[in-house]
Design a protein. Structure first.
Length: 227
């Protein structure tokens, strides 16, 4: 069953506390205690996820000079689906100087699972987005199932990043993709760039991708300027 979690955060005139509106779906959004001017929101699974037939969608709209941090309280496991499939979609819209930081937890695709993940980010000039996406193909001792991962980021009406990754077992073993590895850990920025460094790709527009590939996720290194 398709279920949508929608989060809207809007600045209020005079610099008061931002207005937060939440509509729950398969994931429940909870407002956390805030530190300084940052609005912190946690995503909590409201049901068993991710199973065959699930269609999870998360929509985020932030308007005005507001700094929003989205926290995943636990990783997500796509379980064996016995010939079925599931979908996971994220759509983020940033306007009028908004900032979003989303530190995703591991998304594990078990053997026998088939998942399509789509992330769409549309931001105006003057806005900033930081997204961490951690993909793990298979639990311990597994090859892992089928994952099709698509990302599109538009900055000020111009495409910044369009990426379509076929991470099915037979496709991802190429040396230019994952080869024999099973973990893909990425931090992507839009509206600002990460410092030049190891594993950092500077996009043609104002944005960067820091990417680590390996087998043991605890060894992954995150860029210092990303939360």
């Amino acid at each position: 069953m398709p279920t949508t979690t929608r989060i809207e955060v809007c600045a209020t005139p005079g610099g008061g506390s931002p207005r937060v509106a939440i509509a729950h779906g398969a994931l429940l959004a909870r407002r956390l205690r805030e530190h300084g001017s940052t609005v912190r929101l946690a995503l909590v699974a409201g049901q068993a996820l991710l199973l065959a037939g699930d269609e999870v969608r998360i929509e985020v709209l932030v308007q005005g000079p507001v700094d929003v941090e989205i926290v995943e309280t636990a990783g997500t496991v796509a379980y064996e689906m016995r010939g079925g499939a599931a979908r996971w979609e994220v759509a983020i819209d940033l306007r009028d100087g908004a900032t979003v930081t989303w530190g995703g937890q591991p998304f594990v695709v078990s053997a026998g699972a088939e998942v399509r993940r789509d992330t769409t980010i549309d931001i105006e000039a003057g806005c900033r987005a930081t997204m961490r996406e951690t993909l793990v193909l298979g639990r311990a001792g597994e090859t892992g199932g089928i994952l099709h991962n698509q990302t599109r980021i538009d900055l000020a009406g111009t495409p910044l990043l369009i990426e379509d990754l076929d991470l099915a077992p037979e496709a991802r073993v190429g040396w230019a993709i994952l080869h024999h590895h099973r973990c893909l850990d990425s931090t992507t920025t839009a509206g600002y760039r990460l410092p030049h460094g190891h594993n950092v790709l500077q996009l043609e527009g104002c944005g960067s991708v820091h990417r680590w590939i390996g087998d043991d996720l605890h060894l992954s290194e995150r860029p210092a300027s990303a939360r």
